[in-house]
Ligand binder design. Structure first.
Ligand code: CP
Ligand code: NVA
Length: 313
């Protein structure tokens, strides 16, 4: 656990900032915390600690799992709606960061521009955790790694296929897979590719870890022989005005019974949720025997508890 101990005071903005060893240690800690919780063993290393959670977008999983996680670890979390803060009336991110740092031990934020989270982290004297931006969703990707590792027991030779929008979740998965040496293939419509900086970073990292990185417009190519098939909504938060156009563009990228035939027979179906059955995934796949989506959602709790313990103690 030495590498984890060294995360004290660190921000958690993107998995690109963490080494392979640090990520593997976070996963080991998450497993350990999960086992403790399942066994009913109380573990409260964060007694007396407080977390501020700023939300500028909606959330079910992130909000509830962070709040419950903090409570289970002995601390407290407070939900702050961005519109109710002075931030919503123009107080700067930098001033908000400096003020909140006087009161709380850690800040989690879900917002639009990734740069806002970076600015918050720059000015806060306490760790800042990214609870989703337009570019990244590192807490989700850590939970996704945990879910895959629990089933496959390794990342070497494991192939993750992501089919759909090259969005924040796709970017986060590129970083995650590359760091742990898992092969990743992303299939998306032309013009909806993941951010070039994530693709380039993943390829660079993959040269060292052994992860292969493929971005294609062919869903069958991505899913062929995959151990895990992942999708996400076609319209992310903040893109609602594009939803009619996206509904058309993404139609050939639906994860359905036909497409998953190309995956390994024991493939895991994954989705960060919320899901739209009949759009990015059929009900048959989403609710079928290969679906791990609720285990995956559950793992948000354990992965985030590992992050909290690591950056705070
Ligand atoms: N997957 C995820 O982040 O869910 P919420 O938007 O409900 O937090
Ligand atoms: N890509 C989705 C993920 C939601 C958890 C969004 O940003 O809305």
């Amino acid at each position: 656990m030495n590498a984890v101990m060294s995360l004290k005071g660190r921000d958690f903005l993107t998995l690109l900032d963490f080494s392979t060893d640090e990520i593997m240690d976070l996963l080991a800690l998450a497993s350990d915390l999960k086992a403790k919780q399942k066994a009913g063993v109380p573990y409260k290393p964060l007694a007396g600690k407080t977390m501020a959670m700023i939300f500028e977008k909606q959330s079910t999983r992130t909000r509830v799992s962070f709040e419950v996680g903090m409570i289970q670890l002995g601390g407290q979390a407070m939900y702050l709606n961005g519109n109710d803060l002075q931030l919503g009336r123009g107080e700067t991110i930098a001033d908000t960061a400096r003020v909140l740092s006087q009161y709380v031990d850690v800040i989690m934020i879900r917002t639009f521009a990734h740069q806002k989270v970076e600015e918050l982290a720059e000015y806060a004297s306490v760790p800042v955790i990214n609870g989703l931006t337009d570019d990244d969703h590192p807490c989700q990707a850590l939970a996704d790694l945990l879910t895959i590792y629990e089933v496959k027991k390794t990342f070497q030779g494991v192939k993750l296929a992501y089919v759909g929008d090259g969005n924040n979740v796709a970017n986060a998965l590129l970083a995650a897979a590359a760091k742990v040496g898992m092969d990743i293939a992303i299939a998306c419509p032309p013009g909806y590719e993941p951010k070039a900086e994530y693709v380039e970073a993943a390829r660079r990292i993959g040269e060292k870890t052994g992860a292969t990185v493929v971005v294609t417009h062919d869903p069958l190519e991505a899913v062929a022989g995959a151990d895990a098939v992942y999708t996400d909504v076609w319209t992310s938060m903040g893109q609602e005005s594009e939803s009619a156009e996206r509904l058309k563009v993404f139609q050939p990228y639906q994860v359905n019974e036909q497409l998953v035939k190309a995956a390994k027979p024991d493939y895991l179906f994954l989705h960060c949720l919320p899901a739209h059955r009949g759009e990015e995934v059929t009900a048959g796949v989403m609710d079928g025997p290969n679906s791990f989506v609720f285990e995956q959602a559950g793992n948000r709790l354990h992965a985030q508890k590992a992050i909290l313990v690591s950056v705070l103690s």
